[in-house]
Design a protein around this ligand. Structure first.
Ligand code: UDP
Ligand code: MN
Length: 344
């Protein structure tokens, strides 16, 4: 009996030490998945990503010397939270491409072509072949209610087109708003741990210039071309406090586009899930934010600061005259006749 007590105590202590060891080991273990993303286990909520912070340049690459005193002076290329703002002449595309080529990254683009918007798809896909992550592994997911009308566009090697059927809708607001839900589901069902980055893009647009590795980041937002010179009080945020997309006067950094956003799969999943929930909770109370999911996206990004921001070069509008700071238009919304193409 006397001997049993210290032995039991020892066993309990040993088990305790073993438990702490296993627990801490699990918490801080990194798993390098085949996509190059390392995931912190066991919590799937918190993810450390290698593809974004460890930038390895190939040996022997020659390129122009970088400078911290010379460069563009007509635009701001960093935010107050020190996220880069991508403008032409602020990056070296050959250098970036070679860094990301070594990582063998894969990039997904989603695009919705519901109802008459299918007419925009051909140009979108053809120009994406010319300018969007050329030379990289790209999967484009087209959500449409007219799968038979998806144009046959020849895709380069390593690039693929996937068509996902969705129901038609009588209200354009609903089509545009349901995008977050469908993006969330696509990520959960097909993309987690299979692709690295995703961009969600409007179909009524065309590429006109390079959109590539310079745009990669954790959470990536595009500055709306219509408001970037304005005071924040003029941004068309949702201004009714009853909505979950509400942004108070005096708040807000930039006005971001709903027509283009992206980043790491896990980050965009978080964004889509949150925006969808807030949108649906609003809807249950009969509220629809001023600019549907764009309003929710702007609210989300006010709290969750994007780690990279793309200048309006990445979503211009064809009807707008080009401002002098826009040295290249990479992606731009076409002029459209709303009455003729929208269901309501
Ligand atoms: N959309 C669609 N069918 C519609 C309305 C919208 O497929 O009837 C999709 C399409 O991808 C479109 C996006 O939702 O690019 C956003 O709508 P829209 O481009 O009309 O909004 P805007 O850019 O004019 O604000
Ligand atoms: Mn659009």
């Amino acid at each position: 009996m006397n001997k049993l007590v210290p032995i039991t105590l020892l066993v309990v202590i040993l088990l305790g030490v073993l438990y702490v060891y296993i627990y801490s080991n699990n918490r801080f273990r990194f798993k390098l998945s085949d996509t190059g993303i390392s995931q912190l286990e066991p919590s799937p909520q918190v993810i450390f990503v290698s593809s974004d912070f460890h930038l390895v340049a190939p040996d022997g690459m020659k390129y122009t010397q970088p400078s911290i005193t010379q460069g563009r002076t007509d635009v701001v290329s960093v935010t107050p939270w020190l996220a880069p703002v991508v403008w032409e002449e602020t990056f070296n595309e050959k250098l970036l491409d070679s860094i990301y080529m070594k990582k063998n990254i894969s990039v997904v683009a989603t695009v919705f072509a519901v109802g008459k918007y299918i007419m925009f798809l051909k140009d979108f896909l053809e120009t994406a072949e010319q300018f969007f992550f050329v030379g990289f592994r790209v999967s484009i997911y087209v959500f449409t209610d007219r799968p038979n009308d998806v144009p046959h566009v020849k895709m380069a090697e390593g690039r693929q087109l996937n068509v996902l059927p969705v129901p038609s809708s009588n209200r354009w607001q609903e089509i545009s708003a349901r995008r977050m839900e469908l993006i969330q589901k696509l990520i959960e069902e097909k993309l987690i741990n299979k692709a690295d980055y995703i961009f969600c893009l409007d179909v009524d647009s065309k590429f006109h210039g390079r959109w590539g590795t310079e745009s990669l980041g954790g959470l990536v937002a595009v500055i709306h071309p219509g408001y970037y010179r304005d005071d924040r009080s003029r941004f068309p945020y949702e201004r009714r406090p009853i909505s979950r997309a509400f942004v108070a006067p005096g708040d807000g950094d930039f006005y971001y586009c709903g027509g283009a956003f992206g980043g790491l799969i896990q980050e965009v999943h978080q964004l889509a899930k949150t925006c969808r929930k807030n949108f649906e909770d609003d809807a249950k109370e009969g509220i629809e934010a001023a600019w549907q999911e764009e309003s929710h996206l702007n609210r989300y990004m006010w709290t969750n600061k994007p780690s990279k921001i793309l200048s309006p070069e990445y979503l211009w509008q064809d009807f707008k005259a080009r401002n002098p700071e826009i040295k290249i238009i990479r992606f731009s919304g076409v002029v459209k006749n709303y009455a003729a193409i929208r269901p309501n």
